[in-house]
Design a protein around this ligand. Structure first.
Ligand SMILES: *[C@@H]1O[C@H](CO)[C@@H](O)[C@H](O)[C@H]1NC(C)=O
Ligand SMILES: *[C@@H]1O[C@H](CO)[C@@H](O)[C@H](O)[C@H]1NC(C)=O
Ligand SMILES: *[C@@H]1O[C@H](CO)[C@@H](O)[C@H](O)[C@H]1NC(C)=O
Length: 325
Protein backbone atom coordinates (compact mmCIF):
# COMPACT_ATOMS: atom_id res chain seq x y z
CA UNK A 1 0.00 0.00 0.00
CA UNK A 2 2.70 2.39 0.98
CA UNK A 3 4.66 1.61 -2.20
CA UNK A 4 1.53 2.00 -4.22
CA UNK A 5 0.98 5.46 -2.76
CA UNK A 6 4.60 6.33 -3.43
CA UNK A 7 4.13 5.17 -7.00
CA UNK A 8 0.98 7.24 -7.39
CA UNK A 9 2.60 10.33 -5.95
CA UNK A 10 5.62 9.94 -8.24
CA UNK A 11 3.27 9.57 -11.17
CA UNK A 12 1.37 12.68 -10.15
CA UNK A 13 4.65 14.55 -9.68
CA UNK A 14 5.84 13.60 -13.17
CA UNK A 15 2.55 14.67 -14.73
CA UNK A 16 2.83 17.89 -12.81
CA UNK A 17 6.24 18.63 -14.30
CA UNK A 18 4.91 17.98 -17.79
CA UNK A 19 1.60 19.73 -17.75
CA UNK A 20 1.25 22.20 -14.91
CA UNK A 21 2.17 25.81 -15.31
CA UNK A 22 2.07 26.72 -11.66
CA UNK A 23 5.44 28.44 -11.43
CA UNK A 24 6.57 31.63 -9.72
CA UNK A 25 6.83 34.06 -12.64
CA UNK A 26 9.61 35.98 -10.87
CA UNK A 27 11.96 33.10 -11.67
CA UNK A 28 10.92 32.74 -15.33
CA UNK A 29 12.59 35.79 -16.93
CA UNK A 30 13.54 36.59 -20.52
CA UNK A 31 17.11 35.37 -19.97
CA UNK A 32 15.65 31.91 -19.28
CA UNK A 33 13.03 31.71 -22.04
CA UNK A 34 14.40 34.04 -24.73
CA UNK A 35 12.66 34.46 -28.04
CA UNK A 36 9.03 33.39 -27.84
CA UNK A 37 7.03 31.95 -30.69
CA UNK A 38 3.71 30.26 -31.30
CA UNK A 39 3.46 26.54 -32.00
CA UNK A 40 -0.07 25.33 -32.69
CA UNK A 41 -2.19 26.82 -29.92
CA UNK A 42 0.78 27.23 -27.58
CA UNK A 43 3.17 30.00 -26.65
CA UNK A 44 6.66 28.43 -26.55
CA UNK A 45 10.13 29.57 -25.50
CA UNK A 46 13.44 29.54 -27.40
CA UNK A 47 13.72 25.76 -26.84
CA UNK A 48 10.22 25.07 -28.10
CA UNK A 49 8.90 24.38 -24.58
CA UNK A 50 5.51 25.71 -23.50
CA UNK A 51 5.77 28.85 -21.42
CA UNK A 52 3.28 30.83 -19.35
CA UNK A 53 3.73 34.54 -18.68
CA UNK A 54 2.06 36.11 -15.66
CA UNK A 55 2.09 39.73 -14.64
CA UNK A 56 0.60 43.16 -14.30
CA UNK A 57 -0.94 45.77 -16.52
CA UNK A 58 -0.50 49.47 -15.91
CA UNK A 59 -3.43 51.86 -15.76
CA UNK A 60 -4.13 54.27 -18.67
CA UNK A 61 -0.93 56.23 -19.36
CA UNK A 62 -2.77 59.54 -19.53
CA UNK A 63 -4.19 59.21 -16.02
CA UNK A 64 -1.34 57.45 -14.19
CA UNK A 65 1.87 58.55 -15.90
CA UNK A 66 3.55 58.40 -12.49
CA UNK A 67 3.67 54.62 -12.79
CA UNK A 68 5.37 54.67 -16.20
CA UNK A 69 8.94 54.26 -15.04
CA UNK A 70 11.58 51.80 -13.85
CA UNK A 71 10.80 52.17 -10.17
CA UNK A 72 7.34 50.76 -10.86
CA UNK A 73 8.59 48.02 -13.17
CA UNK A 74 11.10 46.92 -10.50
CA UNK A 75 8.22 46.57 -8.02
CA UNK A 76 6.05 44.71 -10.52
CA UNK A 77 8.80 42.21 -11.14
CA UNK A 78 10.13 41.70 -7.63
CA UNK A 79 7.08 42.14 -5.42
CA UNK A 80 4.23 41.30 -7.78
CA UNK A 81 6.24 38.28 -8.99
CA UNK A 82 5.77 39.08 -12.66
CA UNK A 83 7.62 38.24 -15.84
CA UNK A 84 5.51 40.60 -17.94
CA UNK A 85 4.27 44.20 -17.73
CA UNK A 86 1.64 45.80 -19.94
CA UNK A 87 1.81 49.54 -20.60
CA UNK A 88 -1.48 50.99 -21.80
CA UNK A 89 -0.90 53.53 -24.55
CA UNK A 90 -3.82 55.94 -24.39
CA UNK A 91 -5.09 56.72 -27.89
CA UNK A 92 -8.17 58.90 -27.84
CA UNK A 93 -9.76 60.31 -24.67
CA UNK A 94 -11.15 63.62 -23.47
CA UNK A 95 -7.89 64.07 -21.56
CA UNK A 96 -5.74 63.43 -24.60
CA UNK A 97 -3.70 60.52 -25.88
CA UNK A 98 -1.61 59.52 -28.87
CA UNK A 99 -3.89 61.25 -31.40
CA UNK A 100 -3.27 64.65 -29.82
CA UNK A 101 0.18 64.20 -28.23
CA UNK A 102 2.09 61.28 -29.73
CA UNK A 103 5.47 62.37 -28.36
CA UNK A 104 4.22 62.23 -24.79
CA UNK A 105 2.80 58.73 -25.26
CA UNK A 106 5.97 57.57 -27.01
CA UNK A 107 8.11 58.79 -24.11
CA UNK A 108 5.93 57.06 -21.51
CA UNK A 109 5.83 53.71 -23.29
CA UNK A 110 9.55 53.80 -24.06
CA UNK A 111 10.34 54.33 -20.37
CA UNK A 112 8.41 51.16 -19.53
CA UNK A 113 9.95 49.16 -22.38
CA UNK A 114 13.49 50.23 -21.44
CA UNK A 115 12.80 49.26 -17.83
CA UNK A 116 11.37 45.88 -18.84
CA UNK A 117 14.44 45.13 -20.95
CA UNK A 118 16.73 46.12 -18.10
CA UNK A 119 14.69 44.09 -15.61
CA UNK A 120 14.72 40.98 -17.84
CA UNK A 121 10.94 40.69 -18.23
CA UNK A 122 8.59 40.69 -21.21
CA UNK A 123 6.57 43.77 -22.15
CA UNK A 124 3.16 43.68 -23.82
CA UNK A 125 2.51 46.96 -25.61
CA UNK A 126 -1.19 47.70 -25.61
CA UNK A 127 -2.74 50.18 -28.05
CA UNK A 128 -5.56 51.11 -25.68
CA UNK A 129 -8.25 51.71 -28.26
CA UNK A 130 -11.88 50.62 -28.67
CA UNK A 131 -12.32 51.85 -32.26
CA UNK A 132 -8.84 51.32 -33.64
CA UNK A 133 -10.10 50.79 -37.19
CA UNK A 134 -10.89 54.53 -37.13
CA UNK A 135 -7.30 55.42 -36.12
CA UNK A 136 -5.35 53.20 -38.48
CA UNK A 137 -2.89 55.83 -39.69
CA UNK A 138 -1.87 56.72 -36.12
CA UNK A 139 -1.62 53.08 -35.15
CA UNK A 140 0.63 52.23 -38.12
CA UNK A 141 2.86 55.19 -37.25
CA UNK A 142 3.07 54.04 -33.63
CA UNK A 143 3.84 50.39 -34.36
CA UNK A 144 6.28 51.24 -37.14
CA UNK A 145 8.37 53.37 -34.79
CA UNK A 146 8.15 50.82 -32.02
CA UNK A 147 9.08 47.79 -34.11
CA UNK A 148 11.99 49.68 -35.68
CA UNK A 149 13.35 50.71 -32.31
CA UNK A 150 12.68 47.57 -30.28
CA UNK A 151 11.94 44.76 -32.75
CA UNK A 152 15.29 43.07 -32.15
CA UNK A 153 14.59 42.55 -28.42
CA UNK A 154 12.95 39.23 -27.48
CA UNK A 155 11.18 41.06 -24.62
CA UNK A 156 8.64 42.66 -26.95
CA UNK A 157 5.04 41.51 -27.51
CA UNK A 158 2.61 43.69 -29.47
CA UNK A 159 -1.10 44.15 -28.74
CA UNK A 160 -2.44 46.38 -31.55
CA UNK A 161 -6.07 46.61 -30.44
CA UNK A 162 -7.14 46.49 -26.81
CA UNK A 163 -10.88 45.90 -27.09
CA UNK A 164 -12.85 46.13 -30.33
CA UNK A 165 -16.41 47.13 -29.46
CA UNK A 166 -17.66 46.27 -32.92
CA UNK A 167 -18.78 42.75 -33.82
CA UNK A 168 -17.50 43.19 -37.39
CA UNK A 169 -14.48 40.91 -37.17
CA UNK A 170 -14.11 39.95 -40.82
CA UNK A 171 -14.89 43.34 -42.36
CA UNK A 172 -13.30 45.74 -39.82
CA UNK A 173 -11.17 44.23 -37.09
CA UNK A 174 -9.32 41.56 -39.05
CA UNK A 175 -8.31 43.94 -41.91
CA UNK A 176 -7.07 46.42 -39.29
CA UNK A 177 -4.90 43.72 -37.72
CA UNK A 178 -3.57 42.60 -41.07
CA UNK A 179 -2.44 46.15 -41.85
CA UNK A 180 -0.69 46.50 -38.47
CA UNK A 181 0.88 43.05 -38.76
CA UNK A 182 2.29 43.96 -42.16
CA UNK A 183 3.84 47.14 -40.75
CA UNK A 184 5.34 45.37 -37.73
CA UNK A 185 6.65 42.44 -39.77
CA UNK A 186 8.57 44.76 -42.09
CA UNK A 187 10.74 45.64 -39.07
CA UNK A 188 10.31 42.69 -36.74
CA UNK A 189 9.82 39.25 -38.28
CA UNK A 190 9.58 37.30 -35.02
CA UNK A 191 8.01 38.80 -31.93
CA UNK A 192 4.53 37.68 -30.96
CA UNK A 193 1.54 39.85 -31.91
CA UNK A 194 -1.66 39.35 -29.87
CA UNK A 195 -4.75 40.56 -31.73
CA UNK A 196 -7.94 41.80 -30.08
CA UNK A 197 -11.31 40.25 -30.91
CA UNK A 198 -14.86 41.70 -30.97
CA UNK A 199 -17.04 42.56 -28.01
CA UNK A 200 -14.19 43.80 -25.81
CA UNK A 201 -11.91 40.87 -26.66
CA UNK A 202 -14.33 38.15 -25.66
CA UNK A 203 -15.58 36.76 -29.00
CA UNK A 204 -12.80 34.35 -29.89
CA UNK A 205 -15.36 32.29 -31.79
CA UNK A 206 -15.50 34.95 -34.52
CA UNK A 207 -11.74 34.58 -35.05
CA UNK A 208 -12.02 30.78 -35.08
CA UNK A 209 -14.50 31.09 -37.94
CA UNK A 210 -12.20 33.37 -39.94
CA UNK A 211 -8.62 33.33 -38.59
CA UNK A 212 -5.69 35.41 -39.78
CA UNK A 213 -3.76 33.22 -42.20
CA UNK A 214 -0.25 33.10 -43.69
CA UNK A 215 1.31 34.80 -40.67
CA UNK A 216 3.49 33.41 -37.90
CA UNK A 217 3.49 34.12 -34.17
CA UNK A 218 -0.02 35.51 -33.97
CA UNK A 219 -2.15 34.98 -30.87
CA UNK A 220 -5.68 36.11 -29.99
CA UNK A 221 -6.55 38.21 -27.02
CA UNK A 222 -9.03 37.15 -24.34
CA UNK A 223 -10.25 39.61 -21.70
CA UNK A 224 -12.43 38.80 -18.72
CA UNK A 225 -13.60 40.30 -15.45
CA UNK A 226 -14.48 37.53 -13.02
CA UNK A 227 -17.62 39.25 -11.71
CA UNK A 228 -19.06 39.64 -15.24
CA UNK A 229 -17.65 37.00 -17.60
CA UNK A 230 -18.04 33.47 -16.28
CA UNK A 231 -18.62 29.91 -17.47
CA UNK A 232 -20.24 31.07 -20.72
CA UNK A 233 -17.04 32.93 -21.62
CA UNK A 234 -14.76 30.09 -20.51
CA UNK A 235 -16.75 27.86 -22.86
CA UNK A 236 -16.04 30.23 -25.77
CA UNK A 237 -12.35 30.22 -24.84
CA UNK A 238 -12.22 26.45 -24.40
CA UNK A 239 -13.84 25.85 -27.78
CA UNK A 240 -11.41 28.27 -29.43
CA UNK A 241 -8.36 26.61 -27.90
CA UNK A 242 -9.68 23.16 -28.76
CA UNK A 243 -10.08 24.41 -32.34
CA UNK A 244 -6.38 25.33 -32.30
CA UNK A 245 -6.58 29.08 -31.71
CA UNK A 246 -3.59 30.44 -29.69
CA UNK A 247 -5.08 32.48 -26.82
CA UNK A 248 -3.41 35.00 -24.50
CA UNK A 249 -5.27 36.69 -21.62
CA UNK A 250 -3.84 40.18 -22.10
CA UNK A 251 -6.20 41.74 -19.53
CA UNK A 252 -8.27 40.33 -16.70
CA UNK A 253 -9.79 41.58 -13.49
CA UNK A 254 -10.94 39.84 -10.33
CA UNK A 255 -13.94 42.21 -10.06
CA UNK A 256 -16.78 43.45 -12.31
CA UNK A 257 -16.15 44.60 -15.87
CA UNK A 258 -16.68 48.24 -14.82
CA UNK A 259 -13.80 47.75 -12.32
CA UNK A 260 -16.17 48.00 -9.35
CA UNK A 261 -16.00 45.66 -6.33
CA UNK A 262 -16.42 43.10 -4.97
CA UNK A 263 -13.58 40.72 -5.77
CA UNK A 264 -15.33 37.59 -7.04
CA UNK A 265 -12.84 35.19 -5.57
CA UNK A 266 -14.73 31.99 -6.36
CA UNK A 267 -15.15 32.89 -10.01
CA UNK A 268 -11.58 34.20 -10.27
CA UNK A 269 -10.31 30.86 -8.93
CA UNK A 270 -12.27 29.04 -11.64
CA UNK A 271 -10.57 31.25 -14.23
CA UNK A 272 -7.11 30.69 -12.74
CA UNK A 273 -7.65 26.91 -12.82
CA UNK A 274 -8.79 27.14 -16.41
CA UNK A 275 -5.83 29.32 -17.47
CA UNK A 276 -3.30 27.17 -15.64
CA UNK A 277 -4.77 23.99 -17.10
CA UNK A 278 -4.41 25.33 -20.63
CA UNK A 279 -1.14 27.14 -19.94
CA UNK A 280 -2.60 30.51 -20.89
CA UNK A 281 -0.57 33.59 -20.07
CA UNK A 282 -2.37 36.27 -18.07
CA UNK A 283 -1.96 39.94 -17.21
CA UNK A 284 -3.97 41.62 -14.45
CA UNK A 285 -5.64 45.02 -14.62
CA UNK A 286 -4.24 46.97 -12.88
CA UNK A 287 -1.27 48.63 -11.24
CA UNK A 288 -3.38 51.52 -10.11
CA UNK A 289 -4.03 53.42 -6.91
CA UNK A 290 -7.50 54.54 -7.96
CA UNK A 291 -10.17 53.87 -5.36
CA UNK A 292 -11.86 51.05 -7.28
CA UNK A 293 -12.11 47.27 -6.99
CA UNK A 294 -9.78 46.44 -9.87
CA UNK A 295 -6.85 48.41 -8.44
CA UNK A 296 -4.03 46.29 -7.05
CA UNK A 297 -2.76 49.17 -4.91
CA UNK A 298 -4.35 51.26 -2.19
CA UNK A 299 -5.01 54.97 -2.86
CA UNK A 300 -1.92 57.14 -2.60
CA UNK A 301 0.59 54.38 -3.38
CA UNK A 302 3.67 55.79 -5.11
CA UNK A 303 6.08 54.14 -7.54
CA UNK A 304 8.47 53.32 -4.68
CA UNK A 305 5.86 51.16 -2.94
CA UNK A 306 4.39 49.34 -5.94
CA UNK A 307 3.42 45.77 -4.99
CA UNK A 308 4.78 46.04 -1.46
CA UNK A 309 2.73 44.04 1.02
CA UNK A 310 1.33 46.99 2.99
CA UNK A 311 0.08 48.72 -0.17
CA UNK A 312 -1.92 45.87 -1.72
CA UNK A 313 -5.68 45.67 -2.04
CA UNK A 314 -7.71 42.48 -1.76
CA UNK A 315 -7.46 42.08 -5.54
CA UNK A 316 -3.72 42.75 -5.51
CA UNK A 317 -3.14 40.02 -2.93
CA UNK A 318 -5.15 37.44 -4.87
CA UNK A 319 -3.33 38.27 -8.11
CA UNK A 320 0.12 37.99 -6.56
CA UNK A 321 -0.77 34.66 -4.98
CA UNK A 322 -1.33 33.31 -8.49
CA UNK A 323 1.66 35.05 -10.06
CA UNK A 324 3.70 33.15 -7.47
CA UNK A 325 2.22 29.70 -7.94
C1 LIG B 1 9.39 57.16 -10.98
O1 LIG B 1 8.42 58.11 -10.63
C2 LIG B 1 8.33 58.42 -9.24
C3 LIG B 1 7.29 59.47 -9.03
O2 LIG B 1 6.08 59.12 -9.58
C4 LIG B 1 9.66 58.92 -8.74
O3 LIG B 1 9.59 59.09 -7.33
C5 LIG B 1 10.76 57.94 -9.08
O4 LIG B 1 12.02 58.47 -8.71
C6 LIG B 1 10.76 57.66 -10.57
N1 LIG B 1 11.77 56.64 -10.88
C7 LIG B 1 12.65 56.79 -11.84
C8 LIG B 1 13.62 55.64 -12.02
O5 LIG B 1 12.72 57.78 -12.55
C1 LIG C 1 -20.84 41.09 -25.20
O1 LIG C 1 -20.37 40.91 -23.85
C2 LIG C 1 -21.34 41.17 -22.84
C3 LIG C 1 -20.63 41.06 -21.49
O2 LIG C 1 -19.96 39.84 -21.37
C4 LIG C 1 -22.50 40.20 -23.00
O3 LIG C 1 -23.48 40.48 -22.02
C5 LIG C 1 -23.08 40.34 -24.38
O4 LIG C 1 -24.07 39.37 -24.55
C6 LIG C 1 -22.00 40.16 -25.44
N1 LIG C 1 -22.58 40.40 -26.75
C7 LIG C 1 -22.22 39.72 -27.84
C8 LIG C 1 -22.96 40.08 -29.07
O5 LIG C 1 -21.35 38.87 -27.84
C1 LIG D 1 -1.93 32.01 -48.13
O1 LIG D 1 -0.88 31.28 -48.71
C2 LIG D 1 -1.30 30.34 -49.67
C3 LIG D 1 -0.10 29.49 -50.07
O2 LIG D 1 1.01 30.32 -50.32
C4 LIG D 1 -1.94 31.06 -50.83
O3 LIG D 1 -2.41 30.12 -51.79
C5 LIG D 1 -3.11 31.88 -50.33
O4 LIG D 1 -3.65 32.66 -51.37
C6 LIG D 1 -2.69 32.79 -49.19
N1 LIG D 1 -3.86 33.41 -48.61
C7 LIG D 1 -3.94 34.70 -48.36
C8 LIG D 1 -5.24 35.15 -47.76
O5 LIG D 1 -3.04 35.48 -48.57
Amino acid sequence: MRFFLLFVSLLVASLWVDTAFGKDALYEPVSKHGQLSVNGANLVNQNGEKVQLKGMGLFWSIWMPYFYNKTTVDGIKNYCHSNIVRPMVTVDTVSGGYLTDPDYEDALVDAVIDAAIEDDIYVLIDWQDFEAENHLEASLRFFDRLSKKYGSYPNIIYEPYNEPITLEWSSLVKPYHEAVIKTIRANDPNNVIVVGVPNYSTRLDLAVADPIVNQTNIMYSLHFYAGTQKEYNREIAKNAIDAGLPVFVTEYGTVNADASPPVDEAEAELWYSFMDEYGLSYVNFAISDKDEGAAALIPGTTAENVCQEDYLTESGRLVIKHNKA
